[in-house]
Design a protein around this ligand. Structure first.
Ligand SMILES: *[C@@H]1O[C@H](CO)[C@@H](O)[C@H](O)[C@H]1NC(C)=O
Ligand SMILES: *[C@@H]1O[C@H](CO)[C@@H](O)[C@H](O)[C@H]1NC(C)=O
Ligand SMILES: *[C@@H]1O[C@H](CO)[C@@H](O)[C@H](O)[C@H]1NC(C)=O
Ligand SMILES: *[C@@H]1O[C@H](CO)[C@@H](O)[C@H](O)[C@H]1NC(C)=O
Ligand SMILES: *[C@@H]1O[C@H](CO)[C@@H](O)[C@H](O)[C@H]1NC(C)=O
Ligand SMILES: *[C@@H]1O[C@H](CO)[C@@H](O)[C@H](O)[C@H]1NC(C)=O
Length: 728
């Protein structure tokens, strides 16, 4: 077997272009000249015509400009092509090639590189079938593979399946349950439809996770679940793979890292079993789904389900169509430990040691494993990560060292439930808790046009400032910020809209929701049609999402520049006034939702005011320290003390008891709500209490909600206390 990855890695990892590409040579020489000029001004600050008279910040500025000038769509596109030559599902042999590719890229840049392995429980399919018995007596054996996937180029793609679905068969009438939310079953109940004993078919909705769809179906007595996605996927027959595990991380090591030789729970342990569904499920193509749905009897779907053309004219059943759904889990994985089937996953790291504060970590991460070829998900992000590493290595050759340590992370097994990153966070919990400045995540870097970002609110200002400095990839003469703001204005979302990170859909989740590390997540485009299908390939990328790789370049620029600020700014660019403002908005929304006047939000109001005043004090202190620095009087220890408070304030939002019923999730402001239809998107504990209160007496419901409000208030007070930094 040829080893394309190692060879290509050698070619791609060097910054020097090959001899035949003369335009690149010109660019290279140009950059060299820029760098030399940069150096000159750097070491002769009086020669600079910049208005800033201070050599330290001057140097930092020069490095930032050089970082931006080193952008190259050529290198990024090369990395993406190399990474997506084969499907690379976590724990399988082809995924080793991508591990080696990333590792050798870092090594050839002379970065301090290492890998960390875990033994974790993954899940692969052996066999699946779906027989459909129509009422007219005809039987169809549906093809469950994606069209075209049997062709040679697609031979290694894993068949569509739900990871961690149990093996099993369900032979029953079919009922259509819309998105599979509680409210959908309520609607069906009102219509007189009981899905107990049925196989349910659901369309994939935005507000509900795959595992929640299965959990709810199970609780309603369904015997099996068929899940399909609407939209463009009809055209290509794509089928959306995905995990149906509850919670995140290795199910055999909940709360601790799955290191070799470490403790693992038994597969039959209740803590393990509760992570998995009890009924089998399969993903379906839209075409197959419509074949089944079109044959159902019973009432027409209610008018208010009709929010897409695909639902028009459907009936809910149950039956008369009967399906026989059969799914069989693969019993052979890399390594077998007794009864357990365990695979090895590997995270790859490169570390740039900080010069002044080596024990402060700015962490940037992306997962590497993919359901199929992973051109969008996740290797557009990997390509950007590798390009940032290339550019930082160049800066290091120019003499740059960051003030704080920068850690590049390439995660494994994210698709199975953030397994690689979660195990690592669990293994390093205290070190991260005390030393991690921020975690910057990029998963599907480029899905199409338009910039999107999520962040914890103290990072909003930095994100905005950085996007103001970078050229928009699609409109000449404008910045990313200008286009971002314009798009949001268009949708009445204010000048910019930064999402909050309550979702559990990428590797920021363990960092923020378990360890309380301030986090960012960003991407170009959203809702790309080939999500988790065999068609998420390099060809799709160049034909649809980013033909000239300029959006990749833009993401790398924002990501890399954010890190440079967090690693080099003498005072951390965290603004807790915007956190307090955001919390005030959250409180107002909560107030609108709580119709019960006997529940008091006063504790929350007071706590938010405390945070705002601590944030103001921190801001004033930062101003004084910056002024001192300007006059050459660098108060190193005072800066370090303020930075520690800025870094650690986010940890205040953690609560050691965590969210009720999901104790692993410790963050009381941002995290997943257990009530599947939370309208809040923040304060998950309060959201849960509100949804649970509907099953309680009015009094008990009030007590429950009020208690959760107090818990959030205390969390905000803790954050304020950390920021202020004084003992009471
Ligand atoms: C249905 O098709 C699958 C795959 O083509 C095949 O393995 C299976 O035996 C078929 N089942 C029946 C009952 O015909
Ligand atoms: C649905 O049917 C099952 C079994 O017949 C029954 O136990 C359950 O109570 C029914 N559910 C409702 C909401 O009527
Ligand atoms: C039976 O019904 C199905 C679904 O309505 C249809 O596709 C099929 O052609 C029918 N077969 C016969 C023999 O009528
Ligand atoms: C809803 O149904 C009506 C009539 O059945 C149809 O005209 C309309 O286009 C549907 N709405 C959507 C969003 O498809
Ligand atoms: C359902 O299909 C599976 C696999 O094709 C088969 O083994 C099983 O006997 C079928 N069950 C019923 C009840 O027809
Ligand atoms: C890089 O961008 C330029 C300008 O948009 C484009 O002409 C070129 O084809 C791109 N290169 C790659 C490899 O996409």
């Amino acid at each position: 077997m040829a080893q394309p990855f190692t060879k290509l890695a050698a070619a791609a990892a060097t910054t020097a272009p090959s001899k035949k590409s003369s335009p690149l040579l010109v660019t290279f020489v140009f950059i060299l000249v820029l760098c030399i000029l940069g150096f000159y001004t750097l070491h002769h600050p009086h020669c600079s015509n910049s208005t800033s008279p201070f050599s330290t910040s001057e140097a930092v500025l020069q490095y930032r400009n050089t970082f931006l000038s080193l952008s190259s769509n050529y290198t990024i596109s090369t990395y993406l092509r190399d990474l997506t030559l084969h499907p690379h599902l976590a724990g399988t042999k082809p995924s080793l090639d991508t591990i080696h590719y990333v590792q050798s890229h870092f090594e050839q840049l002379n970065l301090d590189t290492h890998t960390v392995k875990y033994k974790t429980l993954l899940s692969y399919p052996a066999h699946a079938s779906l027989l459909v018995h129509f009422s007219n007596g005809s039987v169809v054996n549906l093809s469950l593979t994606e069209k075209g996937v049997s062709s040679p180029g697609f031979s290694d793609v894993v068949q569509p399946y739900h990871a961690y679905s149990p093996s099993g068969s369900a032979h029953a009438k079919v009922a259509f349950v819309n998105y599979g939310r509680e409210e959908d079953y309520h609607t069906l109940e009102v219509m007189g439809v009981n899905v107990s004993g049925c196989v349910v078919i659901a369309r994939k909705g935005e507000s509900i996770s795959r595992s929640a769809v299965i959990s709810i179906a199970e609780s309603k007595g369904a015997l099996g679940v068929l899940l399909y996605a609407e939209g463009d996927r009809l055209r290509d027959g794509g089928v959306e793979r995905g995990t149906v595990m509850r919670g995140i991380g290795d199910p055999l090591t909940p709360g601790w890292a799955g290191v070799e030789g470490g403790e693992t729970l038994d597969l039959e342990d209740n803590q393990v079993l509760k992570r998995f569904p009890k009924i089998p499920s399969l993903p379906l193509s839209l075409e197959n789904a419509l074949t089944i749905l079109g044959s159902l009897g019973g009432d027409f779907v209610p008018q208010f389900w009709n929010d897409s053309s695909w639902v028009n004219g459907l009936r809910v059943g149950p039956g008369p169509t009967i399906v026989n759904l059969t799914y069989q889990v693969k019993r052979t994985m890399n390594i077998q430990l007794g009864e357990k089937k365990v695979a090895t996953v590997q995270n790859v790291f490169a570390v740039i040691r900080g010069l002044k504060e080596p024990d402060r970590y700015v962490i940037l991460g992306n997962h590497r494993d993919a359901w199929t070829y992973g051109a969008v998900d996740p290797n557009s992000g990997t390509a950007a990560l590798l390009d940032i590493a290339r550019r930082y290595a160049f800066l290091m050759r120019m003499g740059w060292s960051p003030q704080r340590t920068i850690v590049f992370c390439s995660w494994d097994a994210e698709e199975f439930g953030m397994v690689g990153s979660t195990e690592w966070v669990e293994q390093n919990l205290v070190n991260l808790g005390t030393k991690a400045v921020a975690y910057l995540n990029v998963d599907c870097a480029v899905q199409g046009p338009g910039f999107f970002a999520g962040a914890t609110p103290q990072l909003d200002n930095l994100l905005i400032e950085v996007t103001k400095k970078i050229k928009d990839p699609d409109s000449r003469g404008t910045t990313i910020y200008e286009q971002w703001a314009a798009t949001n204005e268009l949708h009445n979302e204010g000048p910019y809209k930064i999402q909050r990170l309550s979702g559990v859909d990428s590797d920021f989740a363990p960092f923020l929701q378990h360890a309380g590390v301030p986090s960012v997540d960003m991407y170009y485009g959203r809702d790309f049609p080939v999500y988790h299908t065999a068609f998420d390939s390099y060809d799709w990328m160049i034909n649809n999402a980013d033909p000239s790789f300029q959006r990749h370049v833009a993401v790398a620029a924002v990501w890399g520049l954010l890190v440079l600020h967090l690693a080099d700014d003498s005072i951390l660019p965290f603004n807790y006034l915007s956190y307090a403002d955001q919390l005030k908005e959250h409180e107002e929304m909560l107030n609108k939702l709580l119709l019960d006047g006997s529940i008091s939000l006063d504790p929350l109001t007071a706590a938010i005011e405390e945070l705002a005043s601590a944030a103001k004090e921190a801001e004033d202190e930062a101003k004084i320290l910056r002024e001192l620095e300007r006059t050459g009087d660098i108060a190193v220890l005072k800066m370090r003390a303020l930075n520690d408070r800025l870094m650690l304030a986010e940890r205040g939002f953690l609560d050691s008891d965590g969210l009720q019923g999901r104790q692993w999730f410790k963050h009381l402001v941002y995290g997943p709500a257990g009530g599947y239809e939370s309208k809040l998107g923040f304060f998950p504990g309060i959201a849960d209490a509100i949804s649970r209160s509907t099953d309680l007496s009015r009094r008990d419901g009030q007590v429950l909600i009020q208690h959760e409000i107090w818990r959030v208030a205390r969390a905000i007070q803790r954050a304020a206390g950390v920021l202020r930094g004084e003992l009471t």
